[in-house]
Design a protein around this ligand. Structure first.
Ligand code: G3I
Length: 373
């Protein structure tokens, strides 16, 4: 009797009568190609990480991330509002965990971000005097850049300092510190973090007017004898309207200035947006999703194909200029994590990354891998 039972168990686990659940598990575990291995001679492949991912709370993410990515950017935890909530108050815990996670998994960290007009702590928003703001500015950059020097690979020193027309954004920093604040931010970062690469990061800087503004910023920093190592083109685009010609021209223009070019927050939205243009300004929201969420239960093949083709076109271009590009970072590991589910309309179902909500590789993933063949 015992022998018959053992034979039955063996059969059910090895032959095609295996329970459905077991088959599904085996399927999930079958290896897929690795982005970081595929492009290891071309550029780093990064992802944004949220708190749960840094703390390895989701086993599927914890398994996938080190296999696919060799670079990472904290999606939120190193922004000023979170890491520096009061004059003399810093919350280093999560950033320290991120550094440890990066060391354990051989993932290069780009700390994000030192000077940004958004996600500022309340005490900074209420500052009215230039002296007080300069004090915050100096303390913030010096404390963070020195603490993580040699522990993170790079910093986004200044983020989103430009308007769409290429002029400087009228942020609290411009208004109270004047236009030299950008050079000063890099000067302070260079002093505090001599072993860390320093970048300017912005969205839509592939567009001609805004690109010209970014070129001016980079030239001005260099003319002041201050170090800037790279520029990050964020890459928040619509899958159906990727500005390939402008992207290519930007790669050429920025690399001609002697800085590394990176795509730092890549995602491709497939949902209609109320403005019909690319926008990553987080203050520009457009209400909730009632009646505006076209694909709550999955993406139709026609739209999936647009997404796949968009990623394929982009990676062909990136490979063409791999000598100038040092990193491609996706803004989120999977579709469920993406900020685009809540922007510009809250509570929608977007599909902008290479992995679906169950961390399964999408057709776009395989198209990206295939660009190497
Ligand atoms: O942590 C709080 C939580 O306590 C609170 O209950 C909840 C209620 O809204 O909000 C949570 O904070 C949210 C935070 O993400 C963490 O999830 C903020 O509301 C939300 O505004 C914030 O959005 C982030 C956004 O930047 C603003 O900082 C997105 O996750 C993040 O993907 C996005 O990333 C930016 C880059 O840093 C710069 N470039 C554009 C890019 C996309 O906007």
């Amino acid at each position: 009797m015992i022998k018959i039972f053992i034979t039955f168990v063996t059969l059910t686990t090895t032959c095609s009568f295996a329970p459905l659940q077991l088959q599904a598990q085996n399927q999930n575990q079958s290896p897929i190609p690795s982005l970081k291995e595929t492009f290891k001679n071309d550029f780093l492949i990064g992802t944004a990480l949220n708190t749960a991912q840094i703390q390895e709370k989701d086993p599927a993410a914890a398994q996938l991330i080190p296999l696919q990515f060799n670079a990472a950017t904290p999606e939120n935890i190193m922004k000023a509002a979170i890491i520096h909530p009061g004059w003399d108050q810093y919350n280093f815990t999560l950033a320290d965990q991120l550094v440890a996670y990066g060391q354990k998994n051989k993932i290069k960290i780009t700390a994000h971000t030192l000077i940004w007009h958004s996600q500022l702590p309340d005490f900074v928003r209420s500052i009215k005097s230039p002296d007080s703001l300069r004090q915050f500015f100096t303390n913030h950059i010096t404390t963070l850049a020195s603490r993580y020097d040699g522990k993170v690979f790079s910093w986004d020193v200044v983020n989103e300092a430009l308007e769409e027309n290429g002029s400087l954004r009228k942020s609290i920093f411009l208004q109270l510190l004047g236009e030299d604040y950008i050079v000063e931010a890099f000067r302070l970062a260079q002093k505090a973090a001599p072993h860390t690469e320093l970048y300017y990061n912005d969205y839509n800087i592939e567009q001609p007017k805004k690109r010209a503004g970014a070129v001016e910023i980079i030239k001005k920093i260099k003319a002041a004898g201050v170090r800037i190592d790279g520029v990050g083109i964020q890459g928040h685009w619509r899958a159906s309207h990727i500005p390939l010609a402008e992207i290519e021209q930007s790669i050429l223009d920025f690399s001609a200035l002697g800085v590394k070019v990176m795509f730092t927050e890549l995602d491709l939205s497939v949902l209609p947006n109320p403005w019909d243009r690319d926008n990553a300004d987080v203050s520009a929201t457009a209400g909730n999703s009632t009646g505006k969420d076209p694909y709550p239960n999955g993406l139709p093949d026609s739209v999936q194909n647009v997404l796949t083709k968009g990623y394929e076109d982009l990676f062909k271009l990136f490979l063409k200029h791999k000598d100038k590009i040092s990193r491609i970072t996706f803004w989120g590991v999977n579709d469920g994590q993406s900020w685009l589910n809540d922007f510009p309309i809250r509570g929608r179902t977007n599909y902008p990354t290479l992995f679906d909500r169950a961390y399964k590789a999408k057709p776009a993933f395989y198209a990206v891998i295939a660009t190497k063949k």
